[in-house]
Design a binder for this molecule. Sequence first.
Ligand code: SAM
Length: 176
Amino acid sequence: MPAHEVVVLRIGHRPERDQRVTTHVALTGRALGACGMYLAASDKGVVQSVGDVVERWGGTFFCEDKVSWRTCIKDWKAAGGVVVHLTMYGLNLPDVMGEISPHAKILVVVGAEKVPGEMYGLADFNVAVTGQPHSEISSLALFLDHLFSGTELIKVYPDAKIRIHPSRAGKQTEEL
Ligand code: SAM
């Protein structure tokens, strides 16, 4: 199994209403093993919020806005990567994970309200995390967890300024 380089591409973001969800897409990607997120919209607020978390909690997760999603997909493929579009209309995750996981470079595309029909044709894999409607955050989380087989849950973040010591009750943190 290759070491995976996974980057999230967030399309359809509406700055006036999706800031919180898009920030959570990025934070979920970061916490569960993705390297970064491309945002196909201009939103410095999202970039700033994600940057603040990386600064404090460590790691090298990047968040880049103003990305043209078609160019991003084209460049990713030209660099040898595959494109996984998460959509409830796709093939169910357990049926395609075996085909996806041998690929080292994976761009995971998640939408907001309405995804352009063109996206389905550009994707190498249209993947459903169940055939039920839910959310870009939950579908991304489950996709990453299946891809990394749970190993992402014990990841340690270099250069963190704060770390949590897991405890049964209360909150224990350490400033580093
Ligand atoms: N109805 C929209 C459409 O036509 O594509 C989707 C809206 S949904 C709130 C936003 C995003 O969540 C989708 O673009 C997709 O990436 C993700 N999503 C929601 N349910 C999903 C599922 N069952 N499997 C995979 N992804 C899902």
